[in-house]
Design a protein around this ligand. Structure first.
Ligand code: PLP
Length: 420
C-alpha cells in the first residue's frame, strides 16, 4: 500500500490541511522526511527545491542553524508553562518597535486565531456587527470569515462551507479587491464596524492592492468609524521587513501576523492602537485566551528569526532579485511557447497566472487556466521542483536559494513548457 493510502486510512483525506492533498493539481503528495536549506527530501529520498517553505515562514530555509539552536535551548528550559515568560516581552518589543502606529500586541497560535480575535475586538470596540471582507482574500477558517467569493459586491455573505450557519455570515459583506466603489456600497448597505483585507493578497496567487485603493479604504474607515485590519499573516516580514507598511505607508488600526513571526513554529499575533487593544481581556471586556499562546519555544524561534531579519534588511532586495529572475525566465519561455503568462513579485513573494492579463481581483484571477497550472505542477514536481499544489497560492524564495537553483528551475520549465 502506498503511503498516501495508508495516511487516508487514519487521517481524513490523508492530510491535516486540505491543500496538501493535491486535489486541485492531481497526483499524490510526496511525504516529506527532512528539509535542508532550500530543499526537502521525501521518504523515498527524492529531492525537491522547495518553493513553498512551509507556506512562507522559512525565510532562512529549512533547519537554519541559529533558529534550530534557539529552539533546542528553549526546549531544555521547558516546553510550556502557561505562565508569563520574558521572551514574550522580547518578541513583542522587536515587532512593535518597527510599527510606530501599533502600541500593543497579543500572541496566539495561528493566523486563523489572529484574524478571528482581531474581528471580535474590532466589533467589541465599535459596537457594530457588520464587517467587510474582499473576494479572494483568505483570513483563516473561522466562521464569519469563511465566506466565498462570487456573491457579488455589497451582497450579504453566503457561507462557503456547510456547518457555517447563515446567521453567522450575514454580517460579512463582500467587496471586490481593488474596487473602491464596491466598498462604498457595502458601507452604505450595512452598519460596518470593521474592514479586513490582505493589503498584499497572497491567497489568489499574488495580487497586491493598488496604493490609491488602499488610501481610499483608509479614508472610508475613518469616515465611517470602522476599524481597518490589515491581515499580514503571509506578507508581514515576507513582502518586506514591515510588510505592506514599507510599501504603501498606510497605517491600519490592527495588523494580524502569523507563521512568519514564529520562524516555522505555530504562532500568530494581532497588534493595534492602545485604545483598541485595551478593550481586550484582562483589561477590557472583549474575551480572548489561549493555553499555549506565547509558547516559549515558538517565541524563541520567532525572536531569532525576527532579529536576523532586522539585522539583515538587505535580504529582501536579494530575495526579490531572485524572484524576479525566476519570473522573468518563466515569462520569456512562455512567450516563446505562446503560453499566456503574467506575474507579480513583491520582495520574496511571487505569483504567476496562466492568463492573458495580470489580474487585479478574484474574478480576473478566475479567468486563469487552472488545468495548465495542474500540468505545470505535475511536471515540475517530477523534475524536482515543489511549487504550491494550487494555482491560488503564492510562491516563496528563501535565502539559501542560489542563482543556480533559480536557473535550474527556469531550464526545467523550458523543458516542460511545450507539454503543458
Ligand atoms: N490570513 C492569511 C492572509 C493567510 O494567508 C492565512 C493562511 O495562510 C491565514 C490568515 C490563516 O493562518 P493559519 O493557517 O495559520 O490559521
Amino acid at each position: 500500500m502506498g503511503i498516501f493510502s495508508e495516511a487516508n486510512k487514519y487521517i481524513v483525506g490523508g492530510v491535516n490541511s486540505p491543500v496538501r492533498a493535491f486535489k486541485s493539481v492531481g497526483g499524490e503528495p510526496p511525504f516529506i522526511r527532512k528539509g535542508v536549506g532550500a530543499y526537502f527530501y521525501d521518504i523515498d529520498n527524492n529531492k525537491y527545491l522547495d518553493y513553498i517553505q512551509s507556506w512562507g515562514p522559512l525565510i532562512f530555509g529549512h533547519c537554519n542553524k541559529e533558529i534550530e539552536e534557539a529552539i533546542i535551548k528553549a526546549i531544555k528550559d521547558g516546553v510550556s508553562f502557561g505562565a508569563p515568560t520574558t521572551i514574550e516581552i522580547d518578541l513583542a518589543k522587536e515587532i512593535l518597535e518597527l510599527f510606530p502606529h501599533l502600541d500593543l500586541i497579543r500572541f496566539v497560535n495561528s493566523g486563523t486565531e489572529a484574524t478571528m480575535s482581531a474581528i471580535r475586538l474590532a466589533r467589541g470596540y465599535t459596537g457594530k456587527d457588520d464587517i467587510i471582507k474582499f473576494e479572494g482574500c483568505y483570513h483563516g477558517h473561522s466562521d464569519s470569515l469563511l465566506v466565498s467569493a462570487g456573491s457579488g459586491a455589497a451582497t450579504f455573505g453566503v457561507p462557503s462551507s456547510p456547518g457555517v450557519p447563515k446567521d453567522f455570515t450575514k454580517h460579512t459583506l463582500l467587496a471586490k479587491y481593488n474596487d473602491i466603489e464596491s466598498v462604498k456600497k457595502c458601507f452604505e448597505n450595512g452598519n460596518v464596524g470593521c474592514v479586513i483585507i490582505e493589503p498584499i493578497a497572497g491567497n489568489m496567487s499574488l495580487v497586491p492592492a493598488d496604493k490609491e485603493f488602499l488610501g481610499e479604504l483608509r479614508e472610508l474607515c475613518n469616515h465611517y468609524n470602522a476599524v481597518l485590519i490589515f491581515d499580514e499573516v503571509m506578507s508581514g516580514f515576507r513582502a518586506s521587513l514591515r510588510g505592506s507598511f514599507d510599501i504603501y505607508g498606510i497605517e491600519a488600526d490592527i495588523v494580524t501576523f502569523g507563521k512568519v513571526i514564529g520562524g516555522g513554529m505555530p504562532v500568530g499575533a494581532f497588534a493595534g492602537r492602545k485604545e483598541i487593544m485595551e478593550m481586550l481581556s484582562p483589561i477590557g471586556p472583549v474575551y480572548q485566551a489561549g493555553t499555549l499562546s506565547g509558547n516559549p519555544v515558538a517565541m524563541a524561534a520567532g525572536l531569532t528569526q525576527i532579529k536576523k531579519l532586522k539585522e539583515n534588511p538587505e535580504i529582501y532586495k536579494n530575495l526579490e532579485i531572485k524572484a524576479k529572475k525566476l519570473m522573468q525566465g518563466f515569462s520569456e519561455i512562455s512567450k516563446e511557447e505562446k503560453i499566456e503568462f503574467n506575474y507579480n513579485v513583491i520582495g520574496s513573494m511571487f505569483g504567476f497566472f496562466f492568463n492573458h492579463k495580470l489580474p487585479k481581483n478574484f474574478d480576473e484571477v478566475n479567468e486563469s487556466d487552472t488545468s495548465k497550472y495542474a500540468a505545470f505542477h505535475n511536471k515540475m514536481l517530477k523534475e524536482g521542483f515543489y511549487f504550491a499544489p494550487s494555482a491560488y497560492e503564492t510562491g516563496f524564495i528563501c535565502t539559501p536559494m542560489t542563482d543556480e537553483d533559480i536557473q535550474n528551475t527556469i531550464d526545467s520549465y523550458k523543458k516542460i513548457a511545450k507539454e503543458i
